[in-house]
Design a protein around this ligand. Sequence first.
Ligand code: G16
Length: 543
Amino acid sequence: MPIREIPTRPYQDQKSGTAGLRKKVAVFQQPHYLENFLQSIFDVETSLRGATLIIGGDGRYHNREAIQTAIAMAAANGVRKIIVGQGGILSTPAASHLIRLHHAAGGLLFTASHNPAGPDGDFGIKFNIAGGGQASETLTGKIYEQSTQLTRYRIVEGTSLDLDRRGAQKIADTDVDVVDSVEDYARLQQSLFDFDRIREWFKKGGRLRFDAMHAVTGPYAKRIFIEQLGAPETSVMNGCPLEDFGDGHPDPNLIYAKHLYDLAMSADGPDLIAASDGDGDRNMILGRGLFISPGDSLAMLAAHLDKLPGYKGRLKGLARSMPTCRAVDQVARALGVECHETPTGWKFFCNLLDAGRLTLCGEESFGTSSSHTREKDGLWAVLAWLNILAVTGMSVQQIAQAHWQRFGRHYYARHDYDDLPVATANAVMAQLKTASPNLIGQHHGAWTISQADEFSYTDPIDGSVATAQGLRIVFGEAARIILRLSGTGTQGATLRLYLERYETGVDALAWQNNEALAPLAIIADKLIRIAEQTGRKTPSVIT
Ligand code: G16
C-alpha cells in the first residue's frame, strides 16, 4: 500500500464555526476539499503522530466515503492506531467518551449535527482533541491558516476498509479497530444512573417515547432503553439511521419535532417524550402536557442531581452559555455552588470541566451534559430525566411546577431569522452595538435597563479571552434580551434573538410562555428593529 503525496491547491473557505467545518455536501465533494482540511489538521496537530485517533460520524450521506479517506490519510500521516465505529457510526458524545477511554490524541467526527442530510444537505467535520473536547478557537484558527496555504496532502492509496466487520484490520503500518458503536457508551451510562430503578419504572407502566429522527441515536436508544432497561419496542421511533435522515430535519425543537409536542398535549400521552439530533448531542424533553425548555431542564436536573448515583455528593459547579436562561443560576445560589456564564459553544465548558470546577452544564440550543464526557449528550439527558422520574415517583409536570414554585420561573424563547444577507445581519448587530451604551437607564414599562453591552469572556483556567460573543440588554434579574449571530449555519447569516423573563410567586405559574414574553418582544422590536432592517416581519423559527 503506497503512501503518496498528492499536489493540491488551497481553498480559502475552510474556517470552522461554532462546532467545526459545516458546508453543503457539494462543497465537500469538490476535488481535494475534504483531503485539504484533513491534511491541515494532521499538519497542525502533530500530537496525532504515533498516537491513537477515534473516527466516526452520524451516518449521514457522504459519511462512509469521508471516513475511508480519513483512515487512509491518518495512516499516511503516521497515526499509529485508529478506532472507528462499526458502519462508520459514532454519536458525538460516544466519540468523545472513546477519546477519553483510550487516551487518544483526538477524534474526527463527521457530522453537520442537526442540519439536514442527503446529497443536497449538509456535511461537516469536527476535530476533537485529547481529553475529548472540541478544538479551541486558537487551534481551529491555526488549522484554517494552514488550509489557506496547503500545497500537498498525504494518503495511502488503494485502501478500502471493511467498516462493517468488527475487529482488527491494518492499513500500511497503522492498526485499525472497528468497534461496536454503542457498547462503551452504554457502559458509561450504567455507571452514572440507577438502571434497576429505571427498569422498575418501566415495569410499573412508566411510558417513554424517544424519537431518534432516523439519525445516529437509533442504535444507542434501542440498546439502552429497550434491551437494557426493558422499555417496550414502541418506546423508540425512527430508530434506524438513514443517510438522508428520512428526509427530515433532525433538530429536536418545537418546530421540527412538532409531532412530539402534539403527542405531549394528547390526553393519554407518554410520561416522558424526548428526542435527539443528527449526531446525538442535543436533547428535547417533554412531559405529559408540557415542554421543558432546555434552560429549565438544566436547572431541574441540577436541583435533582443528588438523586442520581453517579453524582451523589459530587456537585462542584454549574454553568450555562450566556444566552441560556438564568434558571440554573437560581439553583446554584440555593445550593451554594459556583455558577459560570460562558460564550455559546460547548468547548467553553471544557477547561472548567477538566479543572473539576463543573459538574453539570447546558445551553439553550438543546444541549445538556455533565463531567462524564466533554460533549453535550442527548441520551444522557433523557436517562437523567428517567432516573429522576423513577426515584421521585413524580411526573414531569409535578417536577416542573414544584421547581417554579421554589425557584421562580424563566419564561423563554428564541427567535431565529435564517438565511439573511450577511451584510444585513452584520448591520443589525452593529446598530445595536453602537446604541447599547445609551440604553442603560431606559425604562420600559416596569422594567429598567441595567446593562447593555457586548459579551466577552475570560476563561478562568487559562486566561484566554473570547470577544464579540453576543449583545445583551439586561433588565436586572427581571428580564433579558440577547442578540447574536449563529455560528453553525451553512447558508447566509442567521440572527438569533433570545427573550427571557423571570417571575416568582403566583406569576411563575400563571402564564403561557408566549403571553409572558409578548411585552418583551415589543420592547425588542423597538430597540433592535429587526423587521424594519431586514424586511422580515416574523422570525423563520421560534423555539
Ligand atoms: C453547536 C455547538 C453548541 C452551540 C451551538 C450553537 O451545536 O456544539 O455548543 O450551542 O452550536 O449554535 P449557533 O451558533 O448556531 O447558535 P451543534 O449541536 O450544532 O454541534
